[in-house]
Design a protein around this ligand. Structure first.
Ligand code: TRP
Length: 453
C-alpha cells in the first residue's frame, strides 16, 4: 500500500527544478513586505546582522534537516515522523505544522489580497502619488474596508487552490524557473530608482550601519522568527517539498543556494524601500503598511512609473503565490495521504478552512478591530504566534529529532547520498549545529524574548 503510493508520487524533475521550487517557497511576501517592515520596526542594520546570524546558524541547519526527513520518507509532514519514529510523539511536530499552515495563510492571504488589488489600482493610475500622505490614505481605505479586501483574499485563495489542485510539482517547477529571474531584475530597477532619490544615503546608512544599542532580546526573537518565516521552515513545508526531491540531489548545497539567494532578495527589497523611506520622510517603523506606502511613491517618481508599478505588483503577487503553494501543500499532502482524500477534496477543505480563519485576520483591520488577543488584533496575533512561537518551537523539535533521535549515521548517509557525494567533514559541523547550537539558541531566544526568563 505504502510502496504503491510512493512510486506514484510526483516529484521535481531536475536540480534546477528543485532549487526553483524551494526558492519559490522561500521568496515571497516575507522578503518584499515583511523583511523591510520588521527591519524598520527593529532599528535597521543591527537587526539585519542578527537576522544573518540566525539564518546561518539556525535556519540553514533546520532547513537541511527538514529536506532530509522529507526525502528519506517520501511522506507528508505528519507521516514522515510516524514512519521514522513509529508510535512515538514526534508526529505531533507535523500536526502542529498543519495547524501553523492555516494560521500563516490567514494573514498571508490577506496581504497577498492587498497586492493583487494593487495590480489593478496601479493599472488605473489610482495610487500614483509621490505624496506619502496620499499613498498611505489610499492604503488605509483598502485595508480598513470590509468587502474589498475580503474579495481579494478570496481571489488569492481561489487562484492558489486551483494551482495546487492541478498537482504541485510540474506547475511549481515551470512557473518559478521563469519568474524568479524576472522578479530579480525588476527589483534591481526599483533599487536603482530608490538609490538615485535625493537623500538616499540616509536609507543605506540605516540598512547597513549597525547601532548595537538597538539589539534587545525582543529584536533577536523577531530576527529568529523572521529567519524561520523566510526559509519556510519549522512547520513541515520543507519536509513536504523534500519528499518530492529525488535521491541524487545534493540537499545541503540546495539549501545553501536557496538561503543565500533568498537573503539577497530580502536585502534588495530593503534597498528598494529604505532610501525611499528617508527621501519621502516616512517613519521606518510604519509597520505592515510600509510597502504599500513607499512603493507607489517610488514608482510615481520615475518615468513610466505606472507601467513598472503594475509589473512590480504582478511579480510580487506571483512570488507570494509561489510561497503560498508550499503552505497549502502541507495540509493538502497530509489529507491526501493520511485520510486518503483526493487532491481535489483535500484542496477544497483546506481552502475553505483558510478562508474562514483568514477572514478574521482581514476583518481585524475593520469590524473586528476591537477583538484583541494578548493585546494584539487577530492579524498581528496569527503573525506573532506563528513566527515567534510555533515555527521556532517546530524548529527545536526538528533539530533535536535529526540530531539526537535520527542520529549521526543517517545524517552522514543523507549528506553524501549514501557515499555518492563527498561531503567529508561538513556533516560533522552540521551535527554540532543541529544537535547543540540550533536547539539551545532557539530555546534561549524564545524564553528571553517571550519574557519567560
Ligand atoms: N517563506 C515565505 C515568504 O517569505 C512564506 C512561507 C512559505 C512560509 N511557506 C512557509 C513561512 C512555511 C513559514 C512556513 O514569504
Amino acid at each position: 500500500m505504502q510502496d504503491k503510493s510512493v512510486t506514484n508520487r510526483e516529484g521535481f524533475t531536475s536540480n534546477i527544478g528543485v532549487i526553483a521550487a524551494t526558492l519559490g517557497s522561500a521568496v515571497g511576501l516575507g522578503n518584499i513586505w515583511k523583511f523591510p517592515y520588521v527591519t524598520g520596526e527593529n532599528g535597521g542594520a543591527a537587526f539585519i546582522l542578527v537576522y544573518l546570524i540566525c539564518v546561518t546558524l539556525v535556519g540553514l541547519p533546520v532547513m537541511i534537516a527538514e529536506l532530509m526527513i522529507g526525502r528519506r520518507t517520501k511522506r507528508n509532514a505528519v507521516e514522515a515522523f510516524e514512519q521514522l519514529a513509529p508510535r512515538k510523539p514526534w508526529f505531533l511536530v507535523g500536526v502542529a505544522g498543519v495547524i501553523s499552515a492555516f494560521l500563516i495563510m490567514a494573514f498571508y492571504t490577506c496581504v497577498a489580497g492587498w497586492v493583487y488589488a494593487y495590480i489593478f489600482k496601479a493599472a488605473t493610475g489610482s495610487i500614483s502619488s509621490t505624496q506619502t500622505k496620499v499613498t498611505s490614505a489610499i492604503f488605509s481605505s483598502l485595508s480598513k474596508s470590509v468587502a474589498q479586501p475580503l474579495f481579494w483574499q478570496l481571489l488569492v485563495l481561489l487562484v492558489t487552490g486551483a494551482i495546487i489542485m492541478t498537482g504541485v510539482t510540474k506547475g511549481i517547477e515551470r512557473v518559478t524557473k521563469i519568474l524568479m529571474p524576472i522578479l530579480f531584475l525588476l527589483l534591481l530597477v526599483v533599487d536603482i530608482r530608490s538609490l538615485t532619490l535625493p537623500g538616499a544615503n540616509k536609507g543605506l546608512n540605516y540598512l547597513f550601519n549597525p547601532d548595537f544599542h538597538k539589539i534587545t532580546v525582543t529584536v533577536i526573537l523577531a530576527a529568529l522568527g523572521l529567519a524561520f518565516f523566510k526559509l519556510s521552515i519549522g512547520m513541515g513545508a520543507m519536509i513536504t517539498y523534500g519528499s518530492y526531491v529525488s535521491d541524487d540531489q545534493n540537499l545541503p548545497a540546495t539549501a545553501l543556494t536557496v538561503m543565500l539567494s533568498d537573503t539577497l532578495v530580502s536585502i534588495m527589497a530593503g534597498v528598494a524601500i529604505f532610501p525611499a523611506v528617508f527621501a519621502f520622510g516616512i517613519k521606518p517603523d510604519a509597520g505592515p503598511s510600509l510597502l504599500f506606502i513607499t512603493i507607489p511613491a517610488i514608482f510615481s517618481a520615475m518615468p513610466f512609473g505606472n507601467v513598472f508599478m503594475v509589473l512590480f505588483f504582478i511579480l510580487v503577487s506571483i512570488a507570494a503565490t509561489g510561497a503560498m503553494l508550499s503552505l497549502l501543500e502541507v495540509p493538502v499532502a497530509f489529507m491526501r495521504e493520511k485520510l486518503n482524500w483526493s487532491r481535489a477534496k483535500s484542496t477544497v477543505a483546506t481552502v475553505v478552512g483558510i478562508a474562514l480563519v483568514g477572514s478574521t485576520a482581514t476583518l481585524s483591520n475593520s469590524i473586528l478591530a476591537n477583538v484583541l488577543v494578548f493585546g494584539k488584533n487577530l492579524f498581528d496575533f496569527y503573525d506573532f504566534v506563528t513566527s515567534n512561537i510555533l515555527l521556532p518551537l517546530g524548529g527545536i523539535f526538528i533539530a533535536l529529532f535529526v540530531g539526537w533521535f535520527w542520529g549521526y549515521q543517517n545524517v552522514k548517509q543523507e549528506f553524501s547520498n549514501h557515499g555518492e557525494l563527498s561531503n567529508d567533514g561538513i556533516h560533522k559541523i552540521y551535527m554540532f549545529l543541529v544537535r547543540i547550537v540550533a536547539p539551545i539558541a532557539i530555546i534561549i531566544v524564545m524564553l528571553a524574548g517571550l519574557n519567560i526568563i
